[in-house]
Write a new protein. Sequence first.
Length: 479
Amino acid sequence: MTAEDHAALSAAVGPAHVDVTTEARIRHAGGRSTPDLLRRREPDQDAPDAVVRPAHHDEVRACLDVAVARGIAVIPFGGGTSVVGALDPERGAHHAVVSLDLRRLSGLVRLDEVSGEAVLAAGTTGPEAEALLSAHGLELGHFPQSFRYATIGGFAAARSSGQNSAGNGRFDTMVTGIRVATPTGDIELGRSPGSAAGPDLIRVFLGSEGIFGVITEVRVRVHPIPRERVFESWSFPDFTSGVEGLRRVAQQGNGPMVIRLSDEAETAVSLAQVGKIGKVLAKGASVVTVYEGEGIDERRTRVSAHLAAAGGISSGTGPAEDWLKGRFDGPYLRDSLLDAGVFCETLETATTWTNLQTLRSAVETALKGGFSAAGAKSYVMCHVSHIYPTGASLYFTVLAGVRADPLGAWEPVKARVSDAIIAAGGTISHHHAVGRDHAPWLSQEIGETGMRILSAIKRELDPAGILNPGAVIPLDRND
């Protein structure tokens, strides 16, 4: 980045908010996948040329104007929790790249308690949003595993799905309006609760991962904080019977706020972590349920009947309460595992109930076969954490003993698994998004016509291609 670039960005946001220190640049050099953690251990880690911190929408707009005029790539950065390469400091055809850190865009912009809507600045973290809303007796109720650091804008840009999705839905269903700065103009969407005024353009930006514009404000549905919370855990003979129980619950509707099924392998590890190996759950699969809000007794009775009919046995409140206490902790164990020579990574997908077992088998086979080909033993765990009337997600965690070049070992395994997901009819991502890691497979999911649509929107909103080059739409596409 040239001195002139630095001066122009400083004029846009103030000199104090253009940071070129090594620490700031490395902290914005990617997300929090295991490959990201491994790259940060390398001495030649690539990093953005500067970290730029705008304070409001107009400063975001000014930064984009500078970037277009001076040929600088811009990577929108919220909480930094991407696990799919969406935050890589890719320059593309540009001579420099900056990380546009949106954390100064924070706070509750407006609250309409009568309508049950709140406008939140895009850089507001999940905990900050809940604290601001709780002062009014309200909550958003969106709790992905990245909750501690992820931002409202990030939730929207990645089409996040939280652990309360069975009750509150995915984040995209919570969004009622959005404000975006694009390189060719601003856009504010969401005039009414429902509309037939053409295609819903809000959905264009939900899941766009910063390639079309920078989300600066999000309007969301909010609701009163639940007065009661009830836990119940269940054991099943196996994963198959647990899936049947979840299908019945999903299709009867109005069930728990949270329902999660862990397979036999994940159940065993989870029980080991809380010192309960040898209990009833250790030999099968397990389900945790959490109920909130009104009519808990009636809902719990109906759900219990469905789970029992599928072979489930209630095992009290303990495991569900333990899960809630540690539900955000898992990702922060990876550095210690890497230090011990244990590679740990996650991936997820989704499909219909009919195809769920086929997809699960295909992914497990690809993971185990891939690491076996690399000469490493592996341990694969799976859980279902998001359910729908027609299907569910599958979330995999793999542990492998890879001491030498773990990143080099993982890359062919990841490609093998992605091929298997597409071949088995799954989505390349249920809630982690596309980023750069999944971009090569997107055309197989949405087709060439779908890719041309995305490319056309990109050309219209970002003709200079400054925004997140290579994310979602691969750089080698010349549409």
